[in-house]
Design a protein around this ligand. Sequence first.
Ligand code: ADP
Ligand code: MG
Length: 381
Amino acid sequence: MSEATADPRPRSSTFRRAEPVLRVERLNHWYGDTDETRKQVLFDNELQVACGEIVIMTGPSGSGKTTLLSLLGALRTVQEGEIEVLGQPLHRLRGRQLVQVRRDIGFIFQAHNLFGSLTALQNVSMALELKENDRTRIHNRAVEVLASLGLLERIHYKPARLSGGQRQRVAIARALANRPKLILADEPTAALDEQSGREVVNLLKKLANEEGCTSLIVTHDNRILDVADRIVGMANGRIKSNVLLQRAIEICEFLKQSETFAHLSTSTLTNIAEAMETESHPSGSIVIRRGDEGEKFYIIKSGEVDIITPRVDGSEAKVATLHKGQYFGEASLMTGEPRNATAIARQDVELYTLDKPNFQAAIASSEPFRKELEKILFQRQ
Ligand SMILES: Nc1ncnc2c1ncn2[C@@H]1O[C@H](COP(=O)(O)OP(=O)(O)O)[C@@H](O)[C@H]1O
Ligand SMILES: [Mg+2]
């Protein structure tokens, strides 16, 4: 092991995060305008969704999903808290400004609100007229999007002559016609058979991949869970769980490779993965510094980290180089002592982090996890 002649003044660490398309902070909402009828239905909600994510939202009836969706879609005025959608602060906007934001959003609602006197083609064209004047372009796009949902033969039918599933697909065609940057869907596949439901979610997936379109879908349909990037669970007006699936799977895979975590139950692993965040640190930067208070636990997603401790004579020595899948920073979280080593990014590194409260909750929820870490700590000392 080569000795570390650590850069005396390493660059400070930085965070990099994708800008969210949707940001909700401290969101509360009430219905009713008199003291007797006033009832709080959303409580202190936080949510961030990145560009191109497909988010599936679940939760019992009455838990506030539709209310949250209608606030995100600028269909209701924010009463308390903040919502930013497509760069617009909805909590500061009123009336016409909110209408403007709605034009960039595709809505697919349970009650599909089609105009009974208009054909499928006319229903879809109406949405396009909000943004486009050219009749030919409107017609071509309306036909194209209806065809992509398997309705080419039905474009001149009025809603009464369409089946429930077909009507729902017209509503979806209308929502997608303007190539919205954000799609808000409330039970979009509820009225569809399995095959049609699959076609709809495949289309959303395609839009996400090709156009970076973000979708938030309220559903109880567990047949479509596989398209989700993130699953958000609501109960009693609160977001109770928020799991970034691919990341959770990746973290679980990492954790399972290590002896410490391998035997944990999937639900414990998922709880840990759910609470983890991602950080990037450039090559040469200090991730943790000896003597500092411990605030986080780290797992290496990519890159390498050097662990440096002082020798008896006071000089510093590299004691380990950690790689992808290995972790550090647990000691001071467990003992409450200051950091006993410095960790420096050897290359640009990406790290999964678990903050102290979540780390302690994970330990508390898992006897084997705690025992394993205690054993490791004991061996290291
Ligand atoms: N327009 C409204 N006026 C008063 N209460 C409402 C209204 N809409 C919904 N609620 C109430 O708000 C709560 C959340 O409803 P909702 O957002 O529709 O939940 P979900 O979509 O999860 O079923 C429920 O208790 C519901 O009864
Ligand atoms: Mg609802």
